[in-house]
Structure formats: structure tokens, C-alpha cells
Ligand binder design. Structure first.
Ligand SMILES: Cc1cc2nc3c(=O)[nH]c(=O)nc-3n(C[C@H](O)[C@H](O)[C@H](O)COP(=O)(O)OP(=O)(O)OC[C@H]3O[C@@H](n4cnc5c(N)ncnc54)[C@H](O)[C@@H]3O)c2cc1C
Ligand code: SF4
Length: 547
């Protein structure tokens, strides 16, 4: 424990008097003038930006992390109520199209300090070693310029800091977790029963939810409001896992600050800071270095909106790579009706998962694979599931009256990166006058085949567990890619250290750098990558290589 605390004291900096926020840390936070040239300005304080800010502040850098959303206070801002939590999502206008348009908003992006992890479910698996070499191994996707072993030490660090609880993991690179598995509820029991009858291996976890006290963070109370922000502080998000330590080490977190452009000096070709809007006023924060971590849609949008004479088609977009290869995971959801009461809501939605179908299986009509997990939607989300099946009016009411009898499984299918799945700028503008993101998405044949295989498997598990009725809807989850990491500037936007090829002091440290996505939920990987990027920056500064 003391090793974790020596690296990141956040959990011990939270209050233990029944409140959730250390107001003193926020009040006494170091504040920089716009004219101060800080060591780094970070755009977005979510999974990637929050970890980067904490690591660099610890290393003694002057850091300003700007976030477009509020500096949440769980006591004041969050409610254990599905409808009352919509303000946690990024709901600014965006345009979607393609043959399989991806609805944006509640299911795939957050706003405010802590980012999307504030309302993420909490699953925290690693990628598999094969994910870094899908082109070589399976002839699809892309090879990363780094391998699993480059990231492994950072996975271990983050699993200790969040912390992650779960059974020993047999898939990918087998490993153990820092905390033992949580007890499971009705949905988890149904999944385990059905899988066992079919001979499918499952494991409890891995979840970034504290099982027992961790610093001043209390044990989970199993009330199931993880996607509404976790008022208890048991579920991890950078707001409580990294931001307190960042503040204690001198970082400034500047909330309600919408960055409109990264500014590059035409002569030197270097970033000089960021333009942002706060309180209706446009400002400019000077910085020696800039990192963008605004999520897979907003990061490419910001680069495209930062066009200049030197970069007429968008910043770092000389080779038309910005916005491309954006990926979602196919996330079909299968509900099963049981004679007994399941009461899926009486536990965190993340409980049990299997990665038995994760890797390419010879003989199957598709490459790569899928994972299956418990999802346990609360009533409004379950009503969306039922209505997506075409049930409405009296029929929908009948299903909803029956809510406690339903258990839900969700798959994450590894959809492949395709160049035309991309963000561009739309003609419409937002309330700041900035062109909004236009996101075009179309599935490939491999993607469709995976969705079908995942659906068949989930329906079989429900039936084996004793479900009387089974209904499946197709949906998406988890956006990554859009500014991918690559070996050279013709194939991606950033190098193996997440530095843009085009601008030596501009970094990207969020999920947009992922070249492939596996069937794993991405937050742990995004955080591990940001921790690695921070180490590389600090090492580079020490050796004098970096500016
Ligand atoms: C409902 C839901 C459930 C999820 N469940 C899981 C799960 O179980 N496991 C998992 O691993 N992942 C899950 N995810 C996904 C995970 O939360 C994200 O992949 C991850 O947080 C993305 O990290 P990021 O750093 O790319 O962006 P984020 O964490 O979203 O951070 C981006 C930040 O940038 C800010 N920002 C954006 N643009 C600007 C701008 N121009 N100026 C200033 N600030 C800006 C935003 O306000 C935001 O705070 C879930 C997501 C959702 C929505
Ligand atoms: S179930 Fe646990 S992790 Fe989820 S919101 Fe409740 S206390 Fe937090």
C-alpha cells in the first residue's frame, strides 16, 4: 500500500468525515496567470489528461489542466437517480452519418473533471498481447509501434492506484488483481450459471471499485448507481484517483474552460499554448508544451479547428490522418427473463466477464473476437432496450412491471479500424461559434459477423441459465482512435511516445491514440498509456532531449 501512496496519494487526500470532496485542496490550488508560460497545458481532465496531470505535477512540472465541464463535487452535483444524472454527459451538438451511424451522448462521452470515467461502469480489463500485433497475427487492423510489454508495468501501477478488484485472470497475459473479487448479485449469478452449463470459463471482475477501504475511500455499498457517478467514492475516476494528488503537487485544474484552438508559432513550428473560452471571455494560456486529451471525438475536432497557414487542413494533419480510424465496439445487449426475481440493480452493473472468445479462432468466419460482461441496466435504460425491440405503450408497461425478473448480458466486439470511419468538421457551429464534429461510421463484414456470433453466444448462455424469454438489441460502446499512434506520419498522428509527428511539443494522451481496441473496455489502457507518456516526457527532459 505504501508503494502506491508514495506514487499517488489521492485516496488519502480525500476527506474521511462523510463528505466526498477535499475543498481545501481546491481552494488552495496553485493558480497561474494566462501570461505565465507553464510547462504544460493539458486539454481535458479525464482518463488520459487526469493521469498525465498527476504524473507531471509529481515530477515538479507546472501544469494547467483545462476542462470544458465543471469541477464536480459528488455531494452537491450527483444524485442516485438515472434521469437526474444526464448532466454528466457531453451533449453538445454533433452530426452523425454513415451506413451505421453511432448515436453520441450518454453512452459514449462525459464532460467535466474526471471525464467519462465519472459515469463509466467500472470494468477495468487489460488489452491482450495480441492486440498490439493484429496485422501481423491476423492480417486485420494494425500493429502498434509499442508492444504489450511496454505497457505492462503501467497496467500494474494503475491497477494498484484505482484499485482493481477481481479473480485471477487466465486470459491474455495471465495476472492477479490487487483486491479480491466482490460478492456478486442476481445478474452475476445468472451469468455464472449459464456459462458453467455451457462449459464457458467466466471470472468475477475486473472492476475499478474498491473492495474494502482504500485510503479514505469507503467500500462499495452495492447500490448500483455506478453510471450515475458513484456518490460513495468507491468507484474509480480521475476526479478521486488522480486529481487530488495532482492538486497537492501544484497542478491547476481550470474547469469550465472550453479550449477552442491549439496555437502554433508559424516560425518555430512549435505550440505556444491554447486559446480557450471561460465565462464567455476568450483567453490564451501560454505553455511550453501542450497535450490534448479531449476524447476521441473532441480531440480530432480540436486539431481540425486549429488550422493555420502552416496547417491549412488542420493541426498535425499533413497526411490526412486526423480523425481517421475511429472505432466503436459493437455492444449487443441480450436480456433474459427468469421465473425467479433477479433484481439486477442490487449490485454494481460490472460484475462478471469472460474473454474466452477474445482471440481469433481458426475456422470461424471472422477475425478477432468479443468479450461478454454483465451490464444490469437501471429502469430507464432497460426501457430503452425494450422499446428498441418495438414494444411500446401497454406492452412496454408490461415489460417494465416485470423489470426485477430480467438479467442482462452485454458483449464488446472488436470492430476493426477503417480509414473512412472518421471525424471531420461540419458546417454547423456550436454556441462558441466553433464548427461541430461530423462523425461518419460504417461497419465492415467482419464487424457484422462478430456481432452475430456474440448475440448467439449470449442468447445461448441465457437459455442455459433457464431464461424463458430472450431479447437482443444492437448498440455501440466506447469510442477510441481518431489520432492513432503509428510508426510513421503517413499512417498515424502520434509516435510511440504520443508526440505528434508534426509538432515536437504537442502530445495526445487520450483514447484517440489507440490503433486497435481489442474487446476490452478502454479506460485502464488509456490511463496506462498516459502514465507511460508522462514517464517518457520526464525522462526526455532529464536527458535534455525534449524541449
Ligand atoms: C456510460 C459509459 C460507460 C463506460 N463504461 C466503461 C467501463 O466499464 N470500462 C471502461 O474501461 N471504459 C468505460 N467507458 C469508457 C471510458 O470512460 C472512456 O473510454 C474514457 O474515459 C476515455 O478517456 P479519455 O481520456 O479519452 O476521455 P475522457 O475521460 O472523456 O476525458 C475527456 C475530457 O476532455 C474534456 N474536453 C473535451 N473537449 C474539450 C475542450 N475542447 N476543451 C476542454 N476540455 C475538453 C471533457 O469535458 C472530458 O472531461 C464508459 C463510457 C461511458 C460513457
Ligand atoms: S454500486 Fe458501489 S461502485 Fe457502484 S455506485 Fe454504488 S457504491 Fe459506487
Amino acid at each position: 500500500m505504501s508503494v502506491v501512496r508514495d506514487r499517488n496519494e489521492s485516496a488519502w487526500l480525500l476527506p474521511n468525515d462523510g463528505t466526498r470532496t477535499n475543498h481545501r485542496l481546491r481552494r488552495d490550488m496553485r493558480r497561474h496567470a494566462d501570461a505565465d508560460e507553464v510547462d504544460i497545458a493539458i486539454v481535458g481532465c479525464g482518463a488520459g489528461g487526469g493521469v498525465l496531470a498527476q504524473r507531471l505535477a509529481r515530477a515538479g512540472w507546472s501544469v494547467v489542466a483545462l476542462d470544458a465541464g465543471p469541477f464536480w463535487d459528488p455531494d452537491a452535483d450527483w444524485v442516485s437517480d438515472e434521469a437526474g444524472s444526464h448532466h454528466l454527459y457531453w451533449t453538445e451538438p454533433r452530426v452523425i452519418d454513415g451506413t451505421d451511424p453511432v448515436p453520441l451522448g450518454s453512452n459514449n462521452s462525459g464532460r467535466g473533471v474526471g471525464g467519462s470515467m465519472v459515469h463509466f461502469a467500472g470494468y477495468a480489463p487489460r488489452l491482450h498481447p495480441s492486440d498490439f500485433r493484429t496485422s501481423t497475427l491476423d492480417g486485420v487492423g494494425a500493429d502498434w509501434p509499442i508492444g504489450y510489454d511496454d505497457l505492462k508495468p503501467y497496467y500494474e501501477q494503475l491497477e494498484a492506484e484505482l484499485p482493481v478488484a477481481g479473480e485471477d485472470w487466465p486470459w491474455g497475459d495471465p495476472h492477479a488483481y490487487r483486491q479480491s473479487p466482490h460478492p456478486i448479485g442476481g445478474n452475476g449469478e445468472v451469468f455464472v450459471r449459464g456459462a458453467q452449463r455451457l462449459g464457458i470459463e467466466v471470472r468475477i471482475g475486473p472492476v475499478a471499485i474498491s473492495n474494502g477501504r482504500f485510503g479514505n475511500r469507503p467500500h462499495c455499498i452495492y447500490r448500483g448507481f455506478c453510471l450515475q457517478g458513484c456518490k460513495v467514492n468507491a468507484k474509480a475516476s480521475p476526479l478521486i484517483t488522480h486529481v487530488p494528488d495532482a492538486l497537492a503537487h501544484g497542478a491547476e485544474v481550470r474547469a469550465d474552460s472550453m479550449v477552442s484552438a491549439v496555437v502554433v508559432d508559424e516560425r518555430s513550428g512549435l505550440a505556444t499554448g491554447v486559446r480557450y473560452v471561460r465565462g464567455g471571455v476568450e483567453r490564451f494560456q501560454r505553455a511550453r508544451m501542450v497535450a490534448v486529451a479531449g476524447y476521441s471525438i473532441e480531440t480530432p475536432r480540436l486539431l481540425l479547428n486549429s488550422a493555420s497557414r502552416r496547417f491549412p487542413d488542420g493541426l498535425a494533419n499533413d497526411f490526412d490522418q486526423v480523425g481517421r480510424y475511429l472505432m466503436v465496439q459493437g455492444a449487443p445487449q441480450t436480456a433474459g427473463r427468469y421465473a425467479e426475481e433477479v433484481r439486477a440493480y442490487k449490485a454494481p452493473p460490472p460484475e462478471v466477464s469472460t474473454e474466452a472468445f477474445y482471440e481469433t479462432e481458426p475456422g470461424k468466419p471472422y477475425r478477432r473476437g468479443f468479450a461478454i460482461q454483465c451490464v444490469s441496466p437501471l429502469p430507464i435504460t432497460f426501457a430503452e432496450h425494450v422499446s428498441a425491440q418495438g414494444y411500446w405503450g401497454a406492452a412496454l408497461r408490461e415489460y417494465m412491471r416485470d423489470y426485477v425478473h430480467w438479467a442482462n448480458l452485454g458483449a464488446l466486439c472488436e470492430f476493426l479500424p477503417l480509414p473512412d470511419n472518421r471525424v471531420t468538421l461540419d458546417e454547423q457551429t456550436d454556441r462558441h461559434g466553433l464548427p461541430i464534429a461530423h462523425f461518419s461510421y460504417s461497419q465492415g463484414d467482419n464487424d457484422r459477423a462478430l456481432m452475430k456470433a456474440a448475440q448467439d453466444t449470449m442468447e445461448a448462455i441465457h437459455r442455459a441459465a433457464g431464461a424463458e424469454e430472450v431479447i437482443t438489441i444492437n448498440r455501440y460502446a466506447h469510442l477510441v482512435g481518431g489520432c492513432r499512434m503509428a510508426a510513421d506520419e503517413r499512417s498515424g498522428v502520434v509516435d510511440a511516445d504520443q508526440r505528434t509527428f508534426a509538432v515536437p511539443n504537442l502530445y495526445i494522451t487520450d483514447g484517440s491514440v489507440l490503433p486497435t481496441q481489442g474487446s476490452a473496455n478502454p479506460a485502464l489502457t488509456i490511463m496506462a498509456l498516459a502514465a507511460r507518456a508522462a514517464d517518457r516526457l520526464v525522462a526526455g527532459q532529464r536527458s535534455g532531449v525534449r524541449r
